[in-house]
Design a protein around this ligand. Sequence first.
Ligand code: SAH
Length: 407
Amino acid sequence: MCTKSLHWPYLDGQNLTALLLEIKDVNVHKYMATENFMAFSKKNIKSYNLDEFTARIVDLGLKKYRAGQVFEWIYKNHASSFEEMTNIAKSERALLANSFHLSCLKIIRTETSKDGTKKFLFELHDGHTIESVLIPDEDRLTLCISSQVGCQQACRFCLTAKGGFTRNLRSWEIADQVLAVSRLLKEEGERGITNIVLMGMGEPLANFDEVIRALRVITSGRGLDFSTRRVTLSTAGLVPFIDALGKSGVKVNLAVSLNASTDEVRDRVMPVNKRWPLRELLAACRRFPLEPRRRITFEYVMLKGVNDSAEDALRLAKLLKGIRCKVNLIPFNPFPGSAFERPEDAAVRRFQKILLDHRYIVPVRESRGRDISAACGQLREREAHGKETRDEERTTNDEGRETKDEE
Ligand code: SAH
């Protein structure tokens, strides 16, 4: 029996006892003896929102306001144990520690690129690993986080797809990536994270409920308190879930990985297109309830000789007509064994110019941290003609000029 195939946190106390009696495997016994395992027989405090946790606190005989204090310790002060919560009486801290598990992601490896990009490898409780990438820029520090272990979408140009799909992340495993990195930055006296993008491993909309829960924690004033303007979810184009995201009330930015200008090519490079072809995808984008002064980002990974022609650019300009958007051009970032090539710079510039001539905002984004292979959609912005710029929160005024939002 393999311990890694069991999902311990989903067991309640009773099932646990039954399972202990059933299992004879020596390694499993060893694993169960660990503090880690015992912790998972309690419910993770991060699986509750503040209202739910308040109810649990009251059940335990504690004052209601303790719930807010505990949440502040966890999400504002990045506490990783109840011991750290020094404005709570020792006896109450002990009661909390006996009643709840406080999850923390273990950073097992970090790599720093020459360009300042930092990659974190986290180990999950069941031994699987995920990564996040921290991307510094002049006035922002963006953390790119994962939503699944692996991915089911099978995009042909994507490294994550090659490894297949293992499982969805729970909401706290998504938010814990932000917490773990924030905690580390604080310890090192560094500036904090300013932006979050769900562009790491996985398809966020294929793990809808947990991702929405995580986004609520990330954007709530009683959670990590990020402005929704500074959080972006990127999808391969799961149409019903784009609609559901629009209706969820979680007003984060939407990015859509388009990557082709015809169904024929998109079918080939992104199998999800066979289920929801371009017409349906773009209709969902047109009806998406965009906040004022926001745009949908269309990501377009440029693959040499596949989707980088002038005809593609013209078709794209036509397809996106009437959608308040910008187009991020991403020259393909090759990896060993990949079937595609990066286009020549001239082809990228030609493509960009055609879209610029059609009055689109068209930054070219380079993958950051190439020397540490942070290639999982960790992309840098390089604007027209090599000029560095940030336009995530730019918008266009009535005369068609760009202006910058407050944030
Ligand atoms: N599943 C989501 C988020 C993860 S991929 C999505 O599809 O949007 C994040 C971004 O990285 C996507 O825009 C994807 O097209 C891009 N990407 C994936 N592999 C790449 C590669 N090898 N080179 C350049 N961009 C890549």
